[in-house]
Ligand binder design. Structure first.
Ligand SMILES: [Mg+2]
Length: 333
């Protein structure tokens, strides 16, 4: 048995067996995993409207009404659907999710990352934190690999028709989900997300969280994750090769790495992710070693306290008590 394995095993023995260390990788969706906004592949064309026109109208609605941009496009979708006599149904959103295009390598990425991490004793969970539509993402081909999708979504009528926004996810609201993932309070309505939680009870350590995104809506999450000792990665479209946003993000200190949005096995982002996993694995091994050292030191401290008690106050102890203390000390040795 190698030394690290031995120390790790000892830590397990002391603590009565612990969960394997965990990492969480959080992804923006549009232009991070997919080359365009998810509404543009099927949804907007189905209304017979040009995507540029749709987004312009939606942006103007937001400007004219001092409105959140996401609430504006959610309103526009409902408006168009009524105008065209097409109900927006939950099932329809899920169906069109299958049409959403993904960047090269995305579909093999999750299993490749999981396998590399598993070899180093780390479990990985994948989360989406997107301003797009939850149901479309849940219908996309990546859904089986995702622990949970956090995104904008509708409230549906009893007939399953979109009526009202249930969630709207944008900028700083995205950070809420980083706290949820770290603390393990995953339900959107769970108010305990604001409670303080001891380090040892966390679902995932902040320093084991990675955030991958492409633009301004990701800045609060990138900043939060990086400040808490985790890793932020910026991606850019490998076809247009436009690096303006990632250069800006990196120069402003938001990112640890940037790379093209190509997730295949020979990609730059996979190489960075392997480095991150190696670093997390090394830190986790150190934590295990420190736990063993701390247990030994604590045990020594308790033993010497008991020995002092036995020697200095022997008059005040009954014979029975002395025997109990002696047997505890013998056990500790
Ligand atoms: Mg994006």
């Amino acid at each position: 048995m190698e030394r690290e394995e031995f120390v790790f095993q000892q830590a397990m023995d002391f603590t009565g067996g612990e969960k394997r260390p965990k990492m969480a990788i959080c992804y923006d969706f549009d232009r991070t995993l997919s080359p365009d906004d998810m509404q543009t592949f099927t949804l907007i064309p189905s209304f017979g409207v040009d995507k540029g026109e749709f987004w312009h109208e939606s942006d103007m609605l937001a400007v004219d009404n001092l409105m959140d941009n996401n609430l504006a496009w959610m309103y526009e979708l409902i408006k168009y659907s009524k105008f065209k006599g097409k109900s927006l149904r939950r099932e329809y959103f899920k169906e069109i999710g299958a049409d959403v295009q993904l960047y090269r390598g995305v579909l093999s990425w999750f299993e490749n990352v999981n396998a590399y991490a598993a070899e180093r004793g780390i479990d990985v969970e994948h989360y989406i934190i997107s301003s797009g539509l939850k149901e479309i993402i849940e219908g996309s081909k990546i859904a089986p690999y995702i622990t949970r999708v956090y995104a904008s979504s509708y409230l549906y009528s009893a007939d399953g028709i979109a009526e009202w926004p249930a969630q709207v996810v944008n900028y700083t609201t995205k950070t809420q989900f980083i706290f949820r993932i770290a603390k393990g309070y995953l339900e959107e309505y769970d108010g305990r997300v604001n409670d303080s939680m001891p380090h040892s009870e966390r679902n995932v350590d902040y320093e084991n969280i990675v955030y991958i995104g492409d633009s301004a809506t990701d800045i609060p999450c990138m900043t939060l994750v990086k400040q808490k000792g985790g890793y932020s990665i910026g991606v850019y479209d490998p076809v247009t090769n436009n690096k303006k946003k990632v250069y800006q993000l990196f120069a402003d200190g938001r990112l640890n790495f940037y790379a093209p949005a190509d997730y295949s096995e020979d990609s730059a982002i996979f190489a960075y992710m392997k480095n991150v996993i190696d670093e997390v694995a090394a830190k986790e091994k150190q934590k295990s070693e420190q736990k063993v050292l701390s247990e030994h030191a604590e045990r020594y401290k308790k033993r010497t306290t008991l020995e002092k008690l036995l020697n200095s106050s022997s008059d005040s102890l009954s014979d029975e008590e002395r025997e109990v203390i002696k047997s505890i000390i013998a056990n500790m040795k």
